[in-house]
Design a protein around this ligand. Sequence first.
Ligand SMILES: Cc1cc2nc3c(=O)[nH]c(=O)nc-3n(C[C@H](O)[C@H](O)[C@H](O)COP(=O)(O)OP(=O)(O)OC[C@H]3O[C@@H](n4cnc5c(N)ncnc54)[C@H](O)[C@@H]3O)c2cc1C
Ligand code: FES
Length: 278
Amino acid sequence: MYLITHKEVLGPVTKLFVVEAPEIARKAQAGQFIILRVSERGERIPLTIADYDRAAGTITIVVQELGKSTQELGTLETGDALASFTGPLGRPTEVKNYGNVIVVGGGLGIAPIYPICRVLREAGNHVTGIIGARTRDLLFWEDAMRSVTDELIVGTDDGSYGRQGVVTTPLKELLDSGTQYDAVWAIGPAIMMKFCALTTQPYGVRTIVSLNSIMVDGTGMCGACRVVVGGRTRFACVDGPEFDGHEVDWDLLLSRLRIYADLEQVALEAYNSARAAS
Ligand SMILES: Cc1cc2nc3c(=O)[nH]c(=O)nc-3n(C[C@H](O)[C@H](O)[C@H](O)COP(=O)(O)OP(=O)(O)OC[C@H]3O[C@@H](n4cnc5c(N)ncnc54)[C@H](O)[C@@H]3O)c2cc1C
Ligand code: FES
């Protein structure tokens, strides 16, 4: 069992958990993820390592409540325990001194880009951050992001906080500004990553995305997370999750993410009925 040592509510559907997992904390690197189960019979949920503390032996995760399993996770409190917590999984971010980098986090993508900004900055990069969400309630970690970036642009699609509009607008403005940018990271919903990659493509700036394809085992054996990158089939859990955004077959990824939509709806309705009855 894995103890939750701290829970924080970051927004109406966004929760942060610090979990005691010394073995994972010892090896964790930016860009990697864990897979957890709330209970023995629970579904496996892949979540990015949003932070790690090697001395305390803890891993921080940030979860957005979407369907049955993430809502169930959201009900846990400090002192509760998780049935399983496996990791670190996936390849770490390739960190070196690229020069000037832009790091874009959309919605929940703010959690994974935070440790990436930190290690890129430690490697000597000048890091410009862009964070955005649909609305103010979905934004979090603005102060944390300011602490790991040289400059930060904050916005919301509906204009309820910061600049109004989607993250691709400031991204394009930076690329047009005359400054030479050497790499871009874009992490968030698949549709946002697709449009960030389309925005940077004409400028020829290498753009890394973190693919959130459906995962089951997380070890390259089940094939659930299959994606096509550069015309080749890759498994996001072991070959990624970071890939060259200009090479991803986005339409395939987007269609595969919706593959279980009907079953997910049934599971959520059954869960909510059971909760209402108890
Ligand atoms: C490498 C990786 C890192 C992720 N990091 C985070 C994170 O840090 N925070 C966060 O809130 N979410 C993260 N996700 C997404 C998270 O795993 C899903 O939101 C969660 O599994 C949804 O489960 P559910 O039962 O609540 O919702 P469901 O109703 O089952 O599904 C809602 C949507 O979530 C996606 N999803 C469902 N099951 C899976 C699955 N097994 N694997 C991947 N996606 C799934 C599908 O697109 C689906 O349409 C990550 C996913 C991946 C692959
Ligand atoms: S999740 Fe099973 S192969 Fe990647």
